[in-house]
Design a protein around this ligand. Sequence first.
Ligand code: PNS
Length: 165
Amino acid sequence: MASARAVVYPGSFDPITHGHTNLISRALEMFDHVTVAIGTSLDKDPERYLHDRLELCRAALAEFGERVSVEAFNGLLVDFLKTRDTRFVLRGVRTLTDYDYEFQMIEMNRMLYPEIAYVLLPTAHEWSFLSSSRVREIADLGGDISPFVHPAVAKHYRAGNTASR
Ligand code: PNS
């Protein structure tokens, strides 16, 4: 049986927000190590955007040191998981809509990999409204995203960059 002390946290992280970071800090109370796994489709995501997302996640999570690593994966989450020394997957949930989406993914992934085990954490109250897509929209329209993201992410977007298509 794989170690119970490592967990994979998959997502788009487009961009990483304080909601994600808060979830990771809470997961580290349960697990020794969190692998942030940025799901990507090489067909859809130009490589430079993926590179930006990786770098921004690494900057935002540097405070956790070696207990958090950031990687990209292309293809199925279950295949990525099989290459890791864990069967545990972390996801944050904010609303009932999130639960619906998660349960669908959980059941599909269980069919593909029955050993998979999900840890669903409710998002911290103060970030329950926050989503990467809203953050992107605010940034695209010239708003200030610094209350929602690490300074490195805010700086990246202020410079006119995006981390996605
Ligand atoms: O942050 P997101 O956009 O909710 O993350 C979605 C993600 C990356 C976790 C999900 O799309 C995923 O697992 N993609 C990998 C492809 C895969 O395994 N698809 C089957 C899901 S049932």
